[in-house]
Design a protein around this ligand. Structure first.
Ligand code: FE2
Length: 139
């Protein structure tokens, strides 16, 4: 991952707090593969934006607003992940890397259309399978 931005932090904190109930700077640094010093700087911004709060003795947690933004990011991540899966991207590490890149650029409209397509595929799997099997194969 390139330098993680605010959304990457929010997503990481969302995952960590789902698992543990709170997040520490070390958890975040580890998940994003960066130094603790850079984490502290971004945390100040997230706090200033009302996304994050510090609980004494426990660690960091998301405000209700941060929580809802985290949910939105997760939903976006899942739609893109499903789409790549449907396309036949078979290596989960490749898919994850691509999703982490695409998600920061995709527009709300494109995401909405992808989401509609995925729903259609779920309802008409035979149509999608026939199409995907007729695509030129990979080298
Ligand atoms: Fe993501």
């Amino acid at each position: 991952m390139a330098t993680p931005n605010q959304e990457d932090y929010l997503e990481a904190i969302w995952f960590i707090t789902q698992e543990k109930g709170y997040a520490r700077v070390t958890d975040i640094a580890e998940r994003l593969n960066i130094s603790q010093a850079s984490v502290s700087k971004m945390l100040r911004r997230l706090k200033a934006d009302g996304l994050l709060e510090v609980e004494r003795y426990r660690g960091l947690s998301l405000t209700p607003y941060g929580e809802s933004q985290g949910q939105r990011l997760l939903a976006r991540h899942r739609i893109l992940e499903r789409f790549l899966e449907q396309l036949g991207v078979s290596d989960p590490a490749v898919a994850y890397h691509d999703v982490e890149g695409i998600e920061h650029y995709v527009s709300a409209e494109t995401l909405e259309r992808l989401s509609a397509l995925i729903q259609y595929i779920d309802q008409h799997p035979e149509w999608w399978d026939a199409m995907i099997h007729n695509l030129p194969s990979r080298k």
